[in-house]
Design a protein around this ligand. Structure first.
Ligand SMILES: Cc1ncc(COP(=O)(O)O)c(C=O)c1O
Length: 397
C-alpha cells in the first residue's frame, strides 16, 4: 500500500523535535550537530532570536494579502537586495525552483521584446541542479531527473562542466542565455574557478546573450561573500536566489538588471504567496544579519578554520576521504568510501551531513556556528570516519 506521504524521498530514520542554533534535537534528547542546515537553508541556524522575533511579530499583525496590494515588507527587502547587489529589481518566489522558472521566462521574454524571438535556448551544464519543475529538470538535463517525464520542455542544451570549447560551439543564433551555478551544490560541491566565471561573462557579452547565475545554494553568505559571483568580480544579468534568504521560511527571489528585466511588465508573471508579509519579514531579518560585512568576515574566518581542520581529517583517513573541496562554508568531502556510508556513520556520531553527486558529502553548516562547534564538527566526523574504517576492516577480514 502506498504510504500516506508520497514516497519520493529516501528518508533517514531521524526525526527532530527542536532546533537550537547549530543543533538538532530528537524527542529523546539526542543532540545532533547540524552541518546540513536543511540543505543550506538555515543560514543562521535554528530558532535564531532575531528571526523568531521577526516571524512572531509579523504573525501577530498580518500574514498574507496577495500581490494585489502594496507589501511594505517586500518593498523593504527588495530595496536591500538592490542596494547590496548588481540588481536593479527583484521578484519574490517561494523556492529555488520557482526562481528558475522566472529566470528562464525572463531571458526568453527579453529577446522576444527586443525583436529576436528566435533566441530561446538556455545553455546549462552537466551535473547542475535547478529544481524539479519542468523547466528545472530540462535545464539540468540529467537522465536521473528527466527519465519518464517527457516530453521535456524544449530549448535547453547542455555542456560538460569545464568544457570551454564545447560551450563556445553550443552558442548559436538561438541562444538566449547561459545558466550556471557558481558552485555546483547537488553536483558535488564543484566551484567554478573565478577566471571561468569571468570568461563566461565575456562570452555572453561577445554574443549579446544573458548570464543567469543560480545562487540558490551558494548565495546568501554561504561562500563568505553575500553572493558567490562577487569573488570573481563580475555580475550576472539575472540571478536565482532561495534557501538561505528565508533562513528556513520558504522564500526565494529573482534578481535582475533593469535591461534583463525589461520584458517583464505588468501581467507577465505572478505568484500568490511570493513575497508575502510573513516571508519578507523573515527575509529582512536574515538580510540585515547576513549582509553585514562583519558577519561575512566571520564566515570567512570560520570557513578557514573548518577547512584547515578538514584537511587534517582527510589526511588522517585516506581510505575514507579523498579531498576537501568547495568555498567558504559550502564544503564537500570527496569520499573514497561510499558517501552514503559516511553520512550514515555521521548519524551514529550525531553529526548531520548531506550527500551529493560525485560521491561527495556536503558540509553546509549554519553560517554563525561557533569556533567550538567547528572543532566539535571535526571530532564527530573523525568518529564517523573511524566507524567506516572499522566496517571496511571487517569486510576485508
Ligand atoms: C542550485 C539550486 N538551484 C535550485 C534549487 C531548487 O530549489 P528548491 O528546492 O527551493 O525549489 C536547488 C535546491 O537544492 C539548488 O541547489
Amino acid at each position: 500500500m502506498i504510504p500516506s506521504v508520497l514516497p519520493t524521498y529516501n528518508r533517514a530514520p531521524l526525526s527532530f523535535a527542536k532546533g537550537e542554533g547549530s543543533w538538532l534535537i530528537e524527542d529523546d534528547g539526542r543532540r545532533f550537530l547540524d552541518l546540513g542546515s536543511g540543505i543550506a537553508v538555515n543560514a543562521l541556524g535554528h530558532a535564531h532570536p532575531a528571526l523568531v522575533a521577526a516571524l512572531t511579530e509579523q504573525a501577530g499583525k498580518l500574514w498574507h494579502t496577495s500581490n494585489l496590494y502594496q507589501i511594505p515588507q517586500q518593498q523593504a527587502l527588495a530595496d536591500k537586495l538592490v542596494a547590496a547587489t548588481f540588481a536593479d529589481t527583484v521578484f519574490f518566489t517561494n523556492s529555488g525552483t520557482e526562481s528558475c522558472e522566472l529566470a528562464v521566462k525572463m531571458a526568453r521574454k527579453y529577446f522576444y521584446e527586443k525583436g529576436q524571438p528566435e533566441k530561446v535556448e538556455i545553455i546549462g551544464f552537466e551535473g547542475s541542479f535547478h529544481g524539479r519543475s519542468s523547466a528545472g529538470i530540462a535545464a539540468a538535463g540529467s537522465e536521473k531527473m528527466t527519465k519518464g517525464f517527457g516530453p521535456l520542455l524544449p530549448g535547453f542544451r547542455h555542456v560538460a562542466w569545464g568544457d570551454h570549447d564545447g560551450l563556445k560551439a553550443a552558442i548559436t543564433d538561438e541562444t538566449a542565455a547561459i545558466l550556471i551555478e557558481p558552485v555546483q551544490g547537488e553536483g558535488g560541491i564543484r566551484p567554478l574557478p573565478d577566471q571561468c566565471l569571468k570568461g563566461l561573462r565575456d562570452l555572453c557579452d561577445e554574443h549579446g546573450i544573458l548570464l543567469i547565475l543560480d545562487e540558490v545554494q551558494c548565495g546568501m553568505g554561504r561562500t563568505g561573500k553575500l553572493f558567490a559571483h562577487e569573488w570573481a568580480g563580475v555580475d550576472p544579468d539575472i540571478m536565482m536566489v532561495a534557501k538561505g534568504i528565508g533562513g528556513g521560511f520558504p522564500l526565494g527571489a529573482v534578481l535582475a538588471t533593469e535591461d534583463a528585466a525589461s520584458g517583464m511588465t505588468a501581467g507577465t508573471h505572478g505568484s500568490t504567496y511570493g513575497g508575502n508579509p510573513l516571508g519578507c519579514a523573515v527575509g529582512n531579518a536574515v538580510m540585515d544579519l547576513v549582509a553585514d560585512p562583519a558577519f561575512l568576515s566571520e564566515v570567512n574566518r570560520k570557513a578557514g578554520l573548518l577547512r584547515q581542520k578538514l584537511e587534517g581529517l582527510v589526511a588522517g583517513h585516506p581510505e575514507v576521504f579523498e579531498e576537501v573541496r568547495g568555498a567558504g562554508l559550502m564544503l564537500g568531502l570527496k569520499c573514497k568510501a561510499l558517501n552514503a556510508d559516511v553520512v550514515k556513520a555521521g548519524y551514529d556520531a550525531e553529526v548531520i551531513t548531506v550527500p551529493a553527486a560525485d560521491n561527495v558529502i556536503r558540509l553546509l553548516p549554519p553560517l554563525n556556528l561557533s569556533d567550538d562547534e567547528v572543532a566539535e564538527a571535526v571530532t564527530r566526523l573523525d568518529a564517523a570516519a573511524t566507524e567506516v574504517e572499522l566496517a571496511q576492516a571487517k569486510q576485508t577480514a
